[in-house]
Design a protein around this ligand. Sequence first.
Ligand code: ADP
Length: 394
Amino acid sequence: MTDAVLTLNAGSSSLKLALYPAQGAVPLATGLADRIGPEGTLKLKGPDGAPIAVAPDDLTTHTGAMQAAIKSLRAIYPDLAVLSVGHRVVHGGNAFSAPVTVNNEVLIHLADLSAFAPLHQPHNLSGIRAATEAFPGVPQVACFDTAFHRNHPWVNDVFALPRAFYDEGVRRYGFHGLSYDYIAGALGHIAPHLAKGRVVVAHLGNGASMCALQDGRSIASTMGFSALEGLPMGTRCGQLDPGVLLYLMDQKGMTPSQISDLLYKQSGLLGLSGLSNDMRTLEAAGTVEAGQAIDYFVARCQREVGAMAASVGGIDALVFTGGIGENSRLIRARICERLGWMGIEVDPTRNAENAQVISSDQARTTVMVVPTNEELVIARAARAAVGLAEQEAA
Ligand code: ADP
């Protein structure tokens, strides 16, 4: 029997999946079903990254895509037994500070939270429903982007609005928690002395945020009520004066859905550059606007490293992760350029090599590059839900 757990990340028309063995950090397969519908595509890869043949199948629904993926995987692992399914769910509200095995009551609670994350939560929940249909009787485990931040001090959890809003859930939830959970755990193995200290983690990808860790626990996040706040992102605006929203509504007559589209899909690096949401494209572009978009991204990152460090009273390590953080030596170098006052000093050779430690030997603060692995965090939760103990180190 090939015992395995499946991890799923369901979007509106996409489904990212990974099949993990009962132990270990290397998936048996990873896959992406894209443009789910009449034009749907499915790509699967094995542990070595080599493509796995996919038979033509019904990719018009999430359930169909999941069944098609498992059918193709069974051609390679004929005795495959999926013991549990772990799901990335964007919002766990105030109630969930850890993964939870989904039942009807949990599903209703999570559906209520859709009001807080209307662009993501409904799709995540469709993924759970589809997997329940595709794998009847198999535990479905919800893993939340908010959970890791649930023990923030009160001052990092509130907005200065009348208290009734806090009571009804208008709070700073923070996101990217699965990534920060992974990094906190990995640091515990790679650099245990630093993991006990004050660490600022910069998750810089299409979505971007920072988190202040103290002794491996999240104390503050640049993201708040929604995944819009804080750093500018590929297409999201990041920090914005709420007065701008009043202006857009009052003076420009924009509707909530137009504003939502503006803030989530047309802003950030794309909005500023007028060219692309993709950092690689901007680095190569050489236009004034692309340069300014990068300048703004860097400046906000510098500012937020300071803010995160202030929230834990100093900094022992700065960790870069996410597609930009793991790969862009230019952005890492530029962010660190003005942080010398915090004891941050990057060694150019180490930085160019994407080394694990990129700070210079004499620097007071360690700067690291640690690739994140959100899927593995979900796989571990899915394993734990069916009593599989972890044996691997990191
Ligand atoms: P998501 O948030 O969608 O998971 P990723 O973490 O994959 O996104 O990050 C995507 C971002 O990482 C894109 O802006 C991409 O251009 C950037 N990126 C990836 N590799 C490089 C690189 N070598 N140099 C600069 N940016 C990079």
